[in-house]
Ligand binder design. Structure first.
Ligand SMILES: Nc1ncnc2c1ncn2[C@@H]1O[C@H](COP(=O)(O)OP(=O)(O)OP(=O)(O)O)[C@@H](O)[C@H]1O
Ligand SMILES: [Mg+2]
Length: 265
């Protein structure tokens, strides 16, 4: 076999192994051209840091992958199959969970209710009628909270009394309970104190140990450098760099985020 041929076969295999593959994704909001042909892949259990300047299109991209907003063009492949992620519900069914800083959880609900929201456990009542199995949900939620070392007294605790880091933990518990394959975190550490931010980084390490992949969107390059295997850098709606952790440094990442004009390149 010719060398080039075997190389392209290898690349095709890599693509097939990808958990998520984005191909040439474009997005218009009216006349705003937010994404201009974005392509990259995420492998099983891989932590990808998605970074770039304000307005680069990071949140838009993850909203497309998590079913919040439709793409204008391009293709999404999930476990090798092309998919249309038309709703958050469908994304969850595929195994994609998204944790937003501002709306990861519902404050007026308990920890247990948040974890099982939309996927409540039921048990048969009088042999047939399904009833909510609150006891089991409380017990399971309690175990998850202990497992993630969250400092939450009980699963009946209202989420609005949790700290920012604990709220993220509740959302992560949900992803673990329902065996997500990919967890997306958009700016998870921005509004947190140093200890809360460290806790979120620990959650990401934990997800990695469970072979759950993660896309971590942040402006904090020091945080992302601690946990990511690879960095995808966006600028003005495009991917300008896709680099492995071993091939860069935090300082290198800062340089990659700058517009080409600023670096003189
Ligand atoms: N709902 C919307 N309607 C119109 N334009 C939008 C909308 N959401 C985002 N945009 C625009 O799309 C572009 C990309 O925005 P996006 O929020 O994806 O950037 P980002 O990389 O997440 O930025 P940040 O780092 O500031 O969070 C920006 O120019 C933004 O103004
Ligand atoms: Mg954003």
């Amino acid at each position: 076999m010719a060398k080039n041929e075997s190389k392209s076969l290898g690349a095709a295999k890599d693509r097939d192994r990808a958990l998520l593959r984005l191909e040439d994704i474009g997005k218009y909001y009216g006349t705003v051209h937010a994404l201009r042909g974005v392509s990259f892949s995420v492998s099983e259990g891989e932590v990808v840091g998605l970074i770039g300047d304000n307005g680069a299109g990071k949140s838009t991209l993850i909203k497309i992958v998590s079913g919040v907003t439709p793409k204008s063009s391009g293709s999404i492949f999930w476990k090798g199959e092309e998919v249309e992620i038309s709703s958050v519900k469908l994304a969850r069914r595929l195994g994609i969970e998204t944790v937003y800083q501002d709306r990861a959880v519902v404050g007026s609900m308990t920890v247990a209710e948040n974890i099982f929201m939309g996927r409540e456990l039921v048990r048969p009542f009088l042999g047939v009628v399904p009833r909510l199995d609150r006891k089991r949900m409380r017990e399971e939620a309690g175990r998850l909270v202990v497992d993630l070392k969250l400092n939450i007294p009980t699963a009946d605790h209202l989420v609005r009394f949790c700290s920012g880091g604990e709220m993220q933990g509740v959302a992560i518990s949900r992803a673990m309970r329902f065996r997500a394959s990919l967890v997306i975190l958009d700016e998870p550490t921005t509004a947190l104190a140093v200890s809360g931010a460290q806790q979120v980084l620990d959650f990401i390490r934990r997800l990695k140990r469970e072979n759950i992949a993660c896309i971590f969107v942040t402006h904090n390059l020091h945080d992302v450098y601690e946990v990511a295997d690879r960095f995808v850098v966006m600028l003005q709606g495009k991917v300008v760099s896709d680099v492995k952790r071993d091939d860069t440094t935090v300082e290198g990442l800062v340089g990659l985020q700058l517009p080409r004009s600023a670096t003189g390149a």
